[in-house]
Design a protein around this ligand. Sequence first.
Ligand SMILES: Cc1cc2nc3c(=O)[nH]c(=O)nc-3n(C[C@H](O)[C@H](O)[C@H](O)COP(=O)(O)OP(=O)(O)OC[C@H]3O[C@@H](n4cnc5c(N)ncnc54)[C@H](O)[C@@H]3O)c2cc1C
Length: 377
Amino acid sequence: MMDQQTHRRRRLLLIGAGHAHAGVLRSIAEMPMPGVEIILVSPSPGVPSSGMLPAWLAGHYRWDDICIDFPSLCRRAGAQFLLEAVSAIDPDASQVTLASGAVLNYDFISLNIGPTLVPPAHAGLKLIPLRPLYQLQQPWQDLQDQVRQLAPGSKFAVLMVGAGAAGVESILAMQHALSVLAPQVQLRFTLAGAGSEILNGIAPIAAHRLERRLAQRGIHVVRNFSALRCEGDAVLADDGRALKADCVFWATAAEAHRWPRASALLVDKAGFVRINHTLRSISHPNVFAVGDCASWDTPLPKAGVFAVRMGPVLAHNLRAVFAGEPLLPYRPQRRFLTLIGTGDENAVASWGIVGFEGKWVWRWKQRIDQRFLAAHR
Ligand SMILES: Cc1cc2nc3c(=O)[nH]c(=O)nc-3n(C[C@H](O)[C@H](O)[C@H](O)COP(=O)(O)OP(=O)(O)OC[C@H]3O[C@@H](n4cnc5c(N)ncnc54)[C@H](O)[C@@H]3O)c2cc1C
């Protein structure tokens, strides 16, 4: 079905309810863009903040407390919210195809679709990918109900595949929640990472503190485990080792969505959209891409803080292209703060080569995350 509407107003499509688009909508709510029809396409109305997701897993928040309500943000910005997913883009024709088959034209488009995860086929194994975040609510609720109802003395094993910050923070949170919920159960937690080190990219001293926490909490760490496939109730590594579990969470490195790579857009080797310093696609100037789905000339860490900081520059540049005005460059910060909760109202901070931890770090993290959410409510 073609987009039959002959739109006199020029159209801006915002694809994905990501961190930067939250900032763009907020900016448009404060200062509208007259003459521009704005449509946000997202497969989910409420989108959890990734920074707060582990604290929700740990049981410190309700789901609604950690979500940004994008339909209401769109209403404030005078934008249309479309509950859909994009399945293809034709940047030469300035068109996207939605999962429903509908086609939308655009004058300018901005992609803030984050990364994805593609776990192996897993018949017979309960496997829950940590992305997309909005799909985690029900599986985690179901798992907690299942474990809570287990008979005293029964065993239950949880495996986290992926030992980056998200995997470590999430397994610590899960261990905290399940131990409180089901003290009668013999719980076993395993964290498997592909490299010899875990938590690459954060200060070694912070990584060391987190490793100590994992050990204190009885979480078994398996290194050099390059997960390849699933068989029965086990995940197998490329060297033939197998890890069995009753439930597997998948938190491996960020992967690019297939549909931008399948288009004429210029992407990097991994499939992320190549952008210039004004956040525009290098191959198609009426396409912008931000956050984890974009590829900078020197690779940026896949972290929400970059997507958040791109928001104001993107908001300015989207106004500028419609007004025919100069664009601003985005300048990524060289160091960034990482705050990793340990599930028990404690957190570890990493800043450059510095690392420290404490209950106060956890409270600091909550203040930052809650301020971000409050700004978009
Ligand atoms: C458990 C966990 C904890 C994390 N904690 C932190 C942290 O504390 N600090 C930090 O900096 N980073 C953290 N990260 C990393 C962070 O989540 C990502 O770097 C960040 O979400 C990237 O932001 P983004 O705006 O690029 O994309 P996202 O936040 O992923 O948003 C992309 C949006 O696009 C939507 N989308 C996807 N495909 C389509 C489609 N085809 N059509 C339409 N919409 C689509 C998605 O549904 C999603 O809402 C964490 C990650 C995880 C998994």
